[in-house]
Write a protein that binds this ligand. Structure first.
Ligand SMILES: Nc1ncnc2c1ncn2[C@@H]1O[C@H](COP(=O)(O)OP(=O)(O)OP(=O)(O)O)[C@@H](O)[C@H]1O
Length: 255
């Protein structure tokens, strides 16, 4: 059974069909790339999968269960985490605090425990801190644990965003243009990181304009154009698919 399924999803913004009957799956152990020209609907797919955007038609299933209509925080708690095209860290908070916020979604203590700091509350805080630090270490930003996010260089902020998502122990990680603004050595590190994340047993959906990253790390690629799936397959097939080339170049692949 597919881990995460988009089934015939249609999203409208007024007169515009941002997604049109779009279907694709993410199976356990996969790194799926979602590509397409600007405005193709890639971010809208993320917004549907995370409960931010409600489709007018279709279903989203996670482990066989429909998650349509669930609130974003519920979906996050179920194990679907994301990063954003434009970094969305809590800029004044430290790297560790940013990662701890994500981990709090798994907190079992209620308001009373939080106010009175019961021993079990303190123990849970320590566990949250420990998990946050492990996630920071995994992404190589643990030595900046006490640095405010806004004081980190851009490339490290991107890594911290991924660390924060990982701290929630996701089953599926949605990465929205993680290589944007990275230099070639940072993006090549990122490719290794994505493979390591997959090695943790986390399925990955990657939206990325840097084709070297997409082709280098994805096991399967879905290409959308104007909200419609135009191709799906392994990187080698996608690279030579005429419809994909046409969508990117805006002209037929053959003269
Ligand atoms: N909230 C919204 N209201 C109206 N139109 C929207 C909204 N969000 C997206 N759109 C439109 O839906 C279409 C798909 O947008 P989306 O951001 O999903 O594309 P994208 O593939 O992520 O593009 P990019 O690569 O430029 O980030 C675009 O035409 C966009 O202008």
């Amino acid at each position: 059974m597919a881990h995460l399924e988009m089934q015939n999803i249609t999203v409208r913004f007024g007169g515009l069909k941002a997604l049109s009957e779009l279907s694709f799956d993410i199976n356990a152990g996969e790194i799926v790339g979602l590509i397409g020209p600007n405005g193709a609907g890639k971010t809208t797919v993320f917004n549907v999968l995370t409960g931010v955007c409600r489709p007018v038609h279709g279903d989203v299933r996670f482990n066989g269960e429909s998650i349509l209509g669930r609130r974003p925080h519920e979906i996050f708690s179920m194990g679907i985490a994301r990063t954003f095209q434009n970094i969305r860290l809590f800029s004044k908070m430290t790297a560790a605090e940013n990662a701890m916020v994500a981990r709090h979604c798994r907190s079992r203590k209620g308001v009373v425990g939080a106010i009175f700091k019961t021993p079990s509350q303190r123990a849970e805080e320590a566990a949250i801190m420990a998990r946050a630090k492990t996630a920071l270490a995994f992404m190589g930003v643990d030595k900046f644990a006490d640095t405010a996010a806004e004081n980190l260089p851009y490339g490290l902020q991107r890594r911290l965003e991924i660390a924060r998502a990982l701290a929630s122990d996701p089953k599926v990680l949605l990465l929205d243009e993680p290589a944007a603004g990275m230099n070639p050595s940072e993006s090549s590190e990122l490719m290794k990181d994505i493979a390591r994340i997959s090695g943790l047993g986390i399925d990955v959906l990657l939206v990325e304009h840097d084709m070297k990253v997409v082709m280098g790390v994805c096991t399967r690629i879905v290409c959308v154009d104007r909200g419609v799936k135009i191709a799906e397959g392994e990187p080698e097939e996608i690279q030579k698919n005429p419809r994909v080339i046409e969508a990117y170049l805006g002209q037929p692949a053959t003269p």
